[in-house]
Design a protein around this ligand. Sequence first.
Ligand code: PLP
Length: 388
Amino acid sequence: MKRIYLDYAATTPTHPEVVKAMLPCFTEVFGNPSSIYSCGQEAKGAIEEARVKVADLIGALDEEIVFTSGGTEADNFALKGVAFVNENKGNHIITSTIEHHAVTETCAFLEKRGFCITYLPVDGDGLVDPDDVRRAITVKTILVSIMHANNEIGTIEPIAEICKVAQEAGVYFHTDAVQTVGHIPVEVKELGVDLLSMSAHKVYGPKGVGALYIRKGTKLLPFMHGGGQERNRRASTENVPGIVGFGRAAELAQQEMGEEAERLTYLRDQFTKALLERIDHIRLNGHPVRRLPNNVNISVDFVEGESMCLNLDLEGICASTGSACNSSSLEPSHVLLALELSSEQAHGSLRFTLGKWTNEEEIGRVLEVLPRVVAKLRAMSPLLRSHR
Ligand code: PLP
């Protein structure tokens, strides 16, 4: 059976060109980038080339990029880094109720250490209101952290507007752009952010590597202590193959993003329209227009997301119920609950995320299988019986 992968927001397959760029780093270019002899300096050069490519993708200076082990580390670095350096200025941080766990769990950690966190609500489409941010800022606020686009529902936040509010109040602004970098245009200067998190494996790069953009002049506590790598900001011998792969992925994304976003938006809209026509009692979650080009998140009444997911898997289709990191939990998604969906609607959610290798044929197959799966599950559903 041919597998149909529709979970590109969880992770992407590594692009063959990226693998090709990484391979020499395991063999010829294996030196320690801190070594002064040529083999080490060659590895150092490869890292610096990758840094320029990642910086170019978001309109940053190469010295503003610090490589990390992924998006989670970049989020931890940004939040803890700002919090601990600015402790004497204030202890208040503003974020939203729909952030990735890499942000919410870091906030929970900081809360236990005396920081005070405001979790702003979102509207029914998942949007944060910049005026809510303005009202929440106090003299003790040191940081606002709002994600660029949500990984579950795909809603794209008005980051430039929110950032302006933070800037006017003299407060640092961080955005988790793990789901947007390489998929839609992200320009740090246009957005005005001080800190921005990225991850390679969401843009056809390898897993275990990411980066934090740190605007020049932003003071941050180093994340790892040890050697002086990454300009004393993140000690540890660099993940040379991973970083080189990230660089190549960034370069490819820059070349292909425009056309690819257009292609995926068209496929996404055709797919959504057909799903709404073919299955009754379903709703699209997230903003209808301000959303990632590849995201289709639906709630199907009277069935459980997990059952749909497993039945689709039996037919060779990979989709998810909320975020991958949540899939081992039976708790309904905090993001869907924040949209004020009922617990049943949140439990009945299914996320399809399209990508580079998704085509009309694959979408057609899902449109044939899913209505059948839903009808089968509804026929057995105690939820439907109690509704009648
Ligand atoms: N932030 C968002 C919005 C994500 O979607 C993810 C991954 O699912 C992360 C952070 C974590 O990134 P990583 O897997 O590179 O640690």
